[in-house]
Design a protein. Structure first.
Length: 556
């Protein structure tokens, strides 16, 4: 007999997410529903405003994904205005986004997702010398690696445990059979968990050199960037490069080796395809390499049914959102330019469960050509691999070789986690070349950072880009020089989407099907898979009626 298991809230994410699953008598998940349970309003605030205001407002969708919405909104306006920023603006945007990637992915692996793989309590029994030897088996010069250091980390963790105040390590499922790492591996990665706190700060400092501050940077304008004095100041440029190199060093000597180390022991999950989810992958193209937006570091395209031999082009007219199972009125698929979001909250059933056959989430259901698609690091690496990209394909193949896994293992929770690390190295390797290109332009006398522009009376535009969590698009319509309609289709909306009119599950839901829980009262496996997407519910739900009813909510 099937039994319902509720995980609410999913912690270590941005926002409020509820997961419900049905388990059979072997604790295997047979059905699943993902629901965003909290809503708020921003986009309707934009209606009637000057389009140039949109960037600073939309970055308030979220306290984490600030820059990405800022840039996407600016790019949508540039498309509507019919202008292109100068090369230096493109490069500064790439550098700002690039260092954001490094900081964001490091924080995700260690502070949001790592404790799904690493048993902190197990690290207390590790042999520090053996831990140092293990780290050196993965990298010739591991980050902060010595028997003395690992012993100090172990003592620090022991004091946490003995004090009874575990802080971020409290209320976890320590000792769960689904943890696979030996004590020494747990100690190595736990030590980097602590190191990553400092490294993440350095990444934020680097971004603030151009952005002015972090979060919510302020250096973008329609037509380019406003950080002219920073771009022309050799000292400021040097500060950025110095910090970027430090962060990238951590990626090379800690993050990548730790993911490879973990993959050794979780190889079986990759081979079994646990957490694979949707079989379709979408990438809009990210980090433009030319001013015509014709070439990208992340190639643009679609892979359907996991067919790595066939890359399909993106047709943006096939993008829709629907709300048959979302708490909004308009159920039929709508293209974002025509999108409406009118709330229609119908609540839970009498037992307090989601109404899986009706409306059950504040998240809409984005679809491409009527099909659910996963977006994010895994999608980008799969699309790049299928495209035969000269940078991506060798990185993917090298990682697979280091872990002893076939390409099919990419379609799993482990593969999704590895893909995020792979692309972090890819982006990190590009920071210095972009920096040198910017400096080269300035030395040649090209100091342009902005293209003059004005708001058209009528128009529409969109941006399609690739922030850390996946494919993001902003869509703007202008009438009488003001914003008439504004919609954002964000990565977590694609991944967290509920069922659609054809009853097809969204990627989160599909990724849980077939997963077996070692302990039904410790849903570690659910957290591991959902966290691998790096959920951001605040981004995914951001539209309400200005005069809508205020609803009460409680987070326990």
């Amino acid at each position: 007999m099937a039994k319902r298991l509720v995980v609410d809230p999913i912690t270590r994410i941005e926002g409020h997410l509820r997961i419900e699953v049905e388990l059979d008598n072997t604790n295997t998940i047979r059905d699943a529903w993902s629901s965003i349970t909290l809503w708020r309003g921003i986009e309707t605030i934009l209606q009637g405003r000057d389009p140039r205001d949109a960037g600073l407002i939309t970055q308030r969708f979220c306290g984490v994904c600030t820059y990405v919405h800022y840039e996407a909104s600016i790019m949508a306006c540039e498309d509507a205005f019919g202008i292109k920023p100068p090369p230096n603006a493109r490069l500064i945007r790439n550098l700002t986004q690039g260092i954001w990637y490094l900081g964001d992915h490091i924080m995700h692996f260690y502070h949001l997702h790592g404790l799904d793989w690493v048993d902190i309590v197990s690290a207390l029994s590790a042999n520090p010398k053996a831990a140092a030897d293990l780290a050196k088996s993965v990298h010739p010069d591991p980050w902060n690696c010595s028997e003395t250091h690992y012993k100090a980390v172990q003592d620090r963790l022991t004091r946490f445990v003995k004090s009874g105040r575990l802080g971020p390590f409290a209320n976890a499922y320590w000792g769960n059979p689904s943890f696979k790492l030996p004590p020494e591996a747990n100690l190595v990665i736990a030590s980097h968990y602590l190191d990553a706190l400092q490294v993440s700060k350095v990444a934020a400092q680097a971004q603030a050199i151009f952005g002015g501050k972090n979060p919510h940077p302020q250096h973008l304008v329609v037509g380019g960037v406003s950080c002219v004095l920073d771009a022309l100041n050799p000292s400021r440029l040097g500060e950025f490069l110095f910090r970027a190199k430090e962060v990238n060093d951590f990626v090379e000597r800690a993050y990548i080796p730790d993911v490879i180390l973990a993959a050794r022991y979780y190889k079986g999950e990759g081979l079994a395809g646990i957490g694979g989810g949707a079989k379709n992958y979408l990438c809009f193209g990210g980090f433009p390499l030319d001013d015509g937006m014709n070439s990208f570091l992340f190639p643009r395209g679609i892979v359907k049914n996991r067919d790595l031999a066939k890359l399909l082009p993106v047709d943006e007219t096939k993008i829709t959102e629907e709300a048959l199972h979302a708490w909004y009125q308009d159920d039929k698929p709508q293209h974002p330019y025509e999108g409406t979001t009118i709330p229609k909250y119908t609540g839970y059933d009498k037992e307090g469960h989601l109404k899986g056959d009706e409306k059950y989430s504040w998240c809409k259901a984005p679809r491409y050509d009527g099909e659910p698609h996963e977006v994010g690091p895994l999608a980008r690496m799969i699309v790049g691999y299928a495209a035969g990209d000269k940078k991506i394909k060798p990185l993917v193949e090298g990682t697979l070789k280091a872990t002893g896994l076939p390409a099919t293992a990419l379609f799993s929770t482990l593969g999704r986690t590895a893909a995020r690390a792979i692309e972090t190295k890819l982006v990190g390797d590009q920071l210095e070349p972009w920096f040198n290109e910017l400096v080269g332009n300035i030395k040649k006398g090209d100091v342009r950072t902005w293209t003059r522009c004005s708001v058209p009376k009528e128009g529409q535009g969109r941006s399609m880009t690739e922030p850390p969590r996946g494919s993001l698009s902003h869509w703007i319509r202008i009438r009488d020089y003001k914003i008439a309609n504004y919609q954002a289709v964000v990565p977590s909306t694609w991944n967290c989407s509920p069922r659609d009119m054809n009853n097809k599950r969204g990627p989160y839901e599909e990724s849980l099907i077939g997963t077996k829980l070692a302990k039904a009262d410790q849903p570690l496996e659910i957290l591991r898979t959902i966290h691998s997407f790096d959920p951001c519910m605040a981004c995914a739900v951001h539209i309400i009626e200005p005069n809508g009813e205020i609803r009460k909510f409680r987070v326990s």
